[in-house]
Each structure stands twice: as C-alpha cells, then as structure tokens.
Design a protein around this ligand. Sequence first.
Ligand code: AMP
Length: 519
Amino acid sequence: MKFQAIKGVRDILPPESALWNRVEQAAREVFQTYGYGEIRLPIFEPTELFARSVGLDTDIVSKEMYSFEDYETSEVIEHRNAVLTFPETVSPLDPITPFRSFSDLASRFVSLAQEALDAGRIPRTPENEAVLRLVGQEVGQFRAYLQNRGIAENNLLVVQIKERVREIKFGDVLALRPEATASVVRAYIEHGMHTQPGNVKLYYIGPMFRRERPQKGRYRQFYQIGAELLGPSDDPSLDAEVIEMLLDFFARVNLHGAKLYINSIGDKNCRPAYVELLRGELQKVRDKLGADSQRRIETNPLRVLDSKRSEEQPIIDRLPHIADHLCDACREHYAELKRQLASRQIDYEENWRLVRGLDYYMRTTFEIIAAGLGSQNAVCGGGRYDGLVELLGGPAATKGIGFAIGTDRLMLSLQEAGATAKCGLEVYIAWMGAQAYPAAVALARKLREHNLSVELPAQEMKFGKSLNLADRLGARFAVILGEDELAAGQFTVKRLADGDQRKLSEAELLEYLTKSRTA
Ligand code: AMP
C-alpha cells in the first residue's frame, strides 16, 4: 500500500521551505516594527463561530468547511454504534429473537443516552432532548408489538429508529478553521483585551482549511499571514497604516507588480438603501443572470458584484456604484483614507466592485493582486469589520480592521519572478582513517557552534568519492581530514566553486569559514 497526500493538500519541501521561512520571518520583523504581536490560535473552533462570523450565505460556510462532531468514546457511543450497525433480519425461521435483541439494545441505549444527557456529557440542547424523547417512545412501541408484526415491517421500524438515533448530537460540532479573523475576535473577547490601553494589534501565521476545487493557487490546506487591529477608534489613518504595513512587507520580500485596490462599502446607515437599490436593478435583469446571482438577488445582492462569470460582466458594469450612495460620514472617511494613502505615497486604484458581502464589514475594503498567478491573482484581502466584535458578543464600541495574505500565492508569485532559497550546506567534512573520525566529529561540533551547516559522512570514503558527494550536495566547502592533516595539526579546505585549496590551522579555518559565509 502506497500513501499519498490527499487531494488539495501538499508538502512544502526544502529548499522551497527555506523561502517560506524567509518570507514569514520578514512578516514577523515588519509587523513588529508597527507594534503587532503574534497570536497563536487553535486550528479548530466550534463550527458555530465561523457560521456566525463568516456568514451562512458564503461558500466557505455553506459548503467548504471541514466540520466534525467531537466526542469521547463511552458506553453510550458504543451502544449507539451497535444500534446503527445492527444487521437486517432475514431468516423466516426465527423472526422474533433478532428483533427482541435489537429492542434490548435500543432500550439500553436510550437509558444510557438519557443519563448522559442529564449529566451534560452529551449536549443538553432542546433538539437533543426532543429527539431522545422520540427515540424512547419509538423503541417502546417497537418492543410492545414486535411479535404482531411481520419481518418486513419490523425491519422498516429498525431502520426508522436508526435514522432517529443519527439525529442525536453526541458532542460539539467543530471545524478546521477556514480563516482566522473569527478566532482572533473570539480570543480578543475571551481574554478581555478591550481593557488594554490603545489598540490591540495582533498577527497570525498558519494553515487554513477549505474544501475547494483545487487548482493552481487554490488548495484545501493553504496558508495565511494576517493581521488585525482592534480597538476604540476607526480613524482612517489606521486603515492607511494597516495598508502601509502590508505594502512594506511586500516590498521587503521583493514582490513585483503588486497592485492595491480599495473601496468603501458604507455602513449600516447608508448601505441598506444601496443594497435595496441594487436589488431593484438586479430584479430588472434577473433573466440574464446565472443561478447563483439570481439566488443572491434575494440573499445578498452585494455578492453579485463578486461574480466572475463573463456573460454577467456587461450587466454588472451598468449597476449603480456604492460610492455615489455613501452617507456623509462614510464619504468623509473614504476621502480621508485616500488623502492618508497619498500622504504616504501609496498608489492605489479604486474598484467599486470590491465588496465583502457580510453585514459586519464596513467602509474600507481592499485587495492586492500580484503578477504571475493567472486567475487566482489576489494575494491579499482585507477590510474594516466594525460590527464583528459585537456580533460575537463583545463590547459594541470595538472597531476592527485587518487583512489576510494568501502565503501560497505570494510564494508562487515570488518564485515566478525567480526567487529561490538554498538549503545552504556550507561545509562537508571528508575524512579518511580511523583516527581521523573522532577529529572530524570534534571539528563538526565546533563549526556548528558557529552556526555553520555541516555534513559529516557516517562512513569512511576515498577522498575522490567523498569530494564528489560534497559537490552533488551543493556544499560550498570541503574540509579534508586524513592522516597527513592529523600529523600536521592542520586542515585542508577546498572551495568547491573554483577548487581554491589551502591548509589552515583550526583557528584560521574557523575564521575563514565564518567570514566567507557572511561575504
Ligand atoms: P479570504 O480569507 O477569502 O479573504 O482570502 C484571503 C487570501 O487568502 C486570498 O486573497 C488568497 O490569497 C488566499 N486564499 C483564500 N483561499 C485560498 C485557497 N483555497 N488556496 C490558496 N489561497 C487562498
């Protein structure tokens, strides 16, 4: 049997992983200079957290979440499994005994489940209470009359009872996180961070999970580097500074062709009227839209603007722009954001179709696209989400803004532009002779103490073969250690790029190697 990584996930191997590390390190350094601290978050959370924050009408929540029920195996679970896997009865010779066993098993399950429910070991929700009551009644009925029924009828009832048992929730429903803003806000509230002075500035780095159709730049396990700023103020200069930090980071990693798009989507004062206007306009052209967009006319007209379907583009182009329908406060916020960006010499383009179709998003939205990515060219999305903290049960006055960079896409774009990283083997120690080995071990330790990357072959090899391997491993230097060197108390060091060779004492060798590393 051969195992393979599952669809949509992949391994990131050296030397590519070295480039990832370099990029993540740059993010840490840049974000730190803006006063952000790292938050390490759980990979899974209650599904409900994402359902609430990301929204039920999004693809992420409606079809892309890796959700599962989390419970400990116990007697009640064992009985549930036995009930669910109880075989169909077929023998006309003994049509009663198997059904009697089933009813014993099911009754035992019902009383164990009731006990567990009362003790809170399975969630004490109204749904669970109602279903369990029903199962109890159905099992009682089944048992009372099982002798009066035929095999087929009893089998049918067994199937029904099994269906009903499946409805009981035995544990919390959890999900692998599809994004991290919800978790950051959850943590912010849980730890009472609103009592901290000033703004709370947090960044995270890690994997996210969405069951999407995999393609270049789109994976089921992908990585994000994100930052969130939470606090009492929604001053546009904060929005501008968040964007400045992001662009600083992209410049630091030499991302070419990055382009910033911005928009304002209003707030709860002005957006509802615009959404109604949009809905009205969309209704007029309903027949020309695809099924998804038609559905969204009702559920979330803003999301029609996200559509990538080519036949919908000319229709969308003629729709009213939200910028013409902002209230005074939002218009001023947007104008000030643009002034702030200009004063920071940040180039941008406005894109009126850049919306986040979620109620708690307001005002500023932005996106960055990069070169070399084909259709999946967004490397970063962000925006202001002033309503989210309140939505998740935190203080209503808290404002928030943040972004998430798609690290996979950032890496693709950087690699497309020729970025590479070497694994960086610096020194290969070619030793020969039984006495040379302990000296080679000691030398390796010394070099590693000086942060040099060292390869020490475990087996003795002829020098020719050893040097050939050093070459193929991409080492920069080979240190030759044989009987002559031992006798002379010196090392022969060969620079593999040009064959330059010299004899050095240990102290000289150390100096030579550490100097040439920084050179
Ligand atoms: P979102 O959380 O959907 O706003 O996405 C933020 C960024 O994450 C996007 O701009 C992409 O760069 C990246 N991203 C989102 N989904 C995926 C995915 N399935 N695979 C790779 N990158 C993704």
